[in-house]
Design a protein around this ligand. Structure first.
Ligand code: CP
Ligand code: NVA
Length: 309
């Protein structure tokens, strides 16, 4: 797989075979954790980690991954680097390209991470933008495969906001042959360009992509039920309006009674206690902490592949 030196802004940047390769590498890393700590494949390499927004899982998994792989991570928080005080992305990209071997960036506007790629000569990994969250979906796919032993042919129901995580899942599911039904309130559907892209990818894999406002229809016979916060970072001002709009889209036991009896529940976290009831979140269907752990194994695979393989 020729991933070394490339950037990962969205799962649309990589093929189904490359996603498969990253998942297999993640499994290998997870099974033989000690070997990678011993081999240190990223020895001598450095990763700049730009975080314009908060993070627990993405920051910790990436920093720990660099340590385990033998490299060094630099946390570049919004108030730590000159980017937060008016230095341009273009200049930041050109400087970092001369000092570190890769950049992982969590930004507000997806265009910002595109701008980083434009002016960098090193790989850029999107650690979440307002449009995509590819690292999360690699962990989700690994978690689903661990619990269901396959991906293709499964039905995933997304209930809630047509947001960055939903967008990346649409692309990931379509590429891996998983059917995905998205139920959102009117006006909160995923953007039409992402839906169009995922339908295009689905043509090659026979995946069915359905966008609806009917939560029960979306969940019916689902193998996997997924949601996320209704208020993404950067949307705080819309909180009251969104909470009112999303009233009928909370993941409850009653809603999930329409799913397959052995459905699994995923949530990228953090859980804000609104989008899913505590009963579902804490139920035997919930695999959210396996999913969180898999952020570490999958980001190790990504960093190794994009920086050294
Ligand atoms: N799921 C996820 O990206 O979590 P953090 O915001 O804690 O990184
Ligand atoms: N959609 C959420 C995901 C957090 C990991 C956000 O963008 O804030």
């Amino acid at each position: 797989m020729k991933l070394k030196g490339r950037s990962l802004l969205s799962l649309k940047d990589i093929s189904a075979e490359e996603i498969r390769y990253l998942l297999e590498q993640s499994k290998r890393l997870k099974a033989d954790f000690k070997a990678y700590k011993r081999d240190k494949p990223l020895s001598g390499l450095t990763l700049g980690m730009i975080f314009q927004k908060r993070s627990t899982r993405t920051r910790v998994s990436s920093e720990v991954a660099m340590y385990f792989l033998g490299g060094h991570a630099l946390f570049l928080g919004a108030s730590d680097i000159q980017l937060g005080a008016g230095e341009t992305i273009k200049d930041t990209a050109r400087v970092l390209s001369r000092m570190v071997d890769g950049v992982l960036a969590r930004v507000f506007a997806h265009e910002d991470v595109e701008e980083l790629v434009k002016y960098s000569t090193i790989p850029i990994i999107n650690a979440l933008s307002d449009k995509y969250h590819p690292l999360q979906i690699l962990a989700d796919l690994l978690t689903i495969e661990e619990h269901k032993n396959r991906l293709a042919g499964l039905k995933l129901a997304w209930i809630g906001d047509g947001n960055n995580v939903c967008n990346s899942l649409l692309i990931g599911c379509a590429k891996m042959g998983m059917h995905m039904s998205v139920a959102t309130p009117k006006g909160y559907e995923p953007p039409s360009d992402v839906v169009g892209l995922s339908k295009q990818f689905a043509e090659d894999t026979d995946a069915k992509i359905i966008i609806t406002n009917d939560a029960i229809a979306a969940v019916t016979d689902a193998d996997i039920v997924v949601t996320d916060t209704f208020i993404s970072m950067g949307e705080e001002e819309e909180e009251q309006k969104k909470l009112a709009a999303f009233k009928g889209y909370v993941v409850t036991e009653e809603l999930c009674s329409n799913a397959k009896t052995d459905y699994i529940f995923l949530h990228c976290l953090p859980y804000k206690k609104v989008e899913v009831t505590e009963k579902v979140f804490e139920s035997e269907h919930s695999v959210v902490f396996d999913e969180a752990e898999n952020r570490l194994h999958t980001v190790m695979a990504v960093l190794k592949a994009f920086m050294t393989d």
